[in-house]
Design a protein around this ligand. Structure first.
Ligand SMILES: [Zn+2]
Ligand SMILES: [Zn+2]
Ligand SMILES: [Zn+2]
Length: 309
């Protein structure tokens, strides 16, 4: 007989059959219920994903909206990372640093994997993707100062003297060379693809901006009341916009020199334009304004580049 069984028997003996019957139950039923409840309410402890941190919280209690069975298992302030190679739970102490270094897993050409960190740190391409998690953990330890940063192999001060090279140190160097050659090829392919997309997209965007701005000028100079007719009002909503588009942080909407953020809704009400069409017109206006802004940024960058050259 297992010890567990013995305790159960002892418990059954301690409960009076008569009293159990008075409560409409049996000692067996009560003990089984107690075991069931204890099993169901077992804490489900999740440990902080920060390497070396042993803080835990009770995910079951948190899900059930109950207080944790121990204060140290409270879920208050815990965060969750749900994607990438670093998914898991983060304790309140480590939430700020982990949030600054959330990793994104990259699928690279030739069956390789990499990470880009929110701080712009990247891994060299890897062949076995579970390695990424360990590399990211090492990065976390380096940025928090728990681990000194590795000196670069190419640094002359840290070079291994020729006589001290071994099979292992040479293999490491050849691995790095292999990685570098591979990365060079990959990044060149990526750069080429980006360049092709850029040379197609930029003239198209700049052309659309020129056409839209000409149309805008044409409409603003027209003496017609663009609010009078429904189709005119919709065209105006998309090409120029009925709402105030002043993004100056000091600007406050006012009834004197700006149409406020209700202009589009006022026009929609006047012409009985349905809500979904009004929202759509607002979205289309935003896309056009945003495309023109992006085109302007490209032009400004190009102008700066020319100044440098
Ligand atoms: Zn932690
Ligand atoms: Zn980082
Ligand atoms: Zn305004």
């Amino acid at each position: 007989m297992s010890p567990k069984r013995e305790v159960r028997e002892r418990l059954l003996d301690l409960i009076s059959k008569a009293e159990a019957a008075n409560c409409g139950t049996t000692p067996e039923a009560v003990v089984d219920e107690a075991i069931h409840e204890a099993l169901l309410n077992q804490p489900v402890l999740h440990t902080c994903l920060f390497p070396g941190c042993i803080r835990q919280h009770d995910a079951r209690a948190s899900l059930a909206g109950e207080p944790a069975s121990r204060p140290s298992w409270s879920s208050a302030g815990w965060r969750k990372v749900t994607r990438g190679p670093g998914h898991g739970d983060i304790c309140p102490d480590h939430a700020p640093v982990v949030t600054k270094h959330l990793p994104n897993r990259l699928k690279l050409p030739n069956g390789r994997w990499g990470i880009t960190c929110a701080c712009e740190w990247i891994t060299p391409p890897q062949r076995h993707h579970p390695v990424l998690r360990a590399l990211w953990e090492q990065h976390l330890l380096e940025v928090t100062g728990a681990l000194p940063a590795a000196p670069p192999v190419t640094d002359s001060e840290h070079r291994i003297p020729l006589a001290e090279h071994t099979d292992a140190t040479l293999t490491e160097l050849y691995d790095r060379l292999w990685n570098a050659e591979d990365a060079y090829q990959e990044y060149r392919d990526v750069a080429r693809a980006c360049m092709v997309a850029y040379t197609i997209a930029v003239p198209a965007l700049l052309g659309a901006k020129t056409a839209l701005e000409a149309l805008r000028t044409r409409i603003t100079l027209d003496s017609r009341d663009w609010a009078h007719d429904k189709l005119d009002a919709l065209l105006y909503a998309v090409i120029i916009g009925w709402n105030c588009e002043n993004t100056d942080p000091d600007h406050q909407h006012n009834p004197i020199d700006c149409p406020s953020d209700q202009g589009l809704w006022d026009i929609a009400r006047k012409h009985d334009i349905p809500t979904d069409q009004t929202i759509q017109a607002g979205n289309h206006r935003w896309w056009i304004a945003n495309a023109i802004k992006a085109a302007q940024q490209i032009e400004e960058q190009a102008a700066k580049q020319q100044e440098v050259n």
